[in-house]
Write a protein that binds this ligand. Structure first.
Ligand SMILES: [Mg+2]
Length: 122
């Protein structure tokens, strides 16, 4: 069992990720934007963070940089909306900023569970 923090402004995604990951026995914490997400990271020290890139108030790349600054070994999976021209650019930055994995929405939930386990076990 791992403690996983999901930071995403999309309520439906938070719900789906939580349900899927809890079914795999993980403890799942949810936050809806970068600032509360960062606060939860500091407070709860999750084993893994699922981080949305595009959020209304504090965007994911900024959160990623701060998380990696606080803990260079933090396991962050960055997730960005597909279908937008700039999505792949964001994900490219996420790699460079230290994300362990980058995914494009829509994220297949079974693949997500597998990828989470891979990143946790690395
Ligand atoms: Mg978003």
């Amino acid at each position: 069992m791992a403690k996983i923090l999901v930071i995403d402004d999309d309520e439906q995604i938070r719900y789906l990720f939580k349900r899927k990951l809890e079914s795999k026995g993980h403890l799942v914490l949810l936050e809806d934007d970068g600032e509360p997400g960062l606060a939860s990271f500091k407070e709860n020290k999750p084993d893994l963070i699922l981080l949305d890139i595009i959020m209304p108030r504090k965007e994911g790349l900024e959160v990623l940089r701060e998380i990696i600054e606080l803990d260079p070994k933090a396991k962050v999976i960055a997730i960005s909306a597909g279908g937008r021209g700039r999505a792949s650019d964001y994900l490219d930055y996420a790699w460079r900023f230290g994300a362990k994995k980058v995914l494009e929405k829509p994220v297949d939930l079974d693949s997500l569970a597998t990828i989470v386990d891979e990143v946790l076990n690395n």
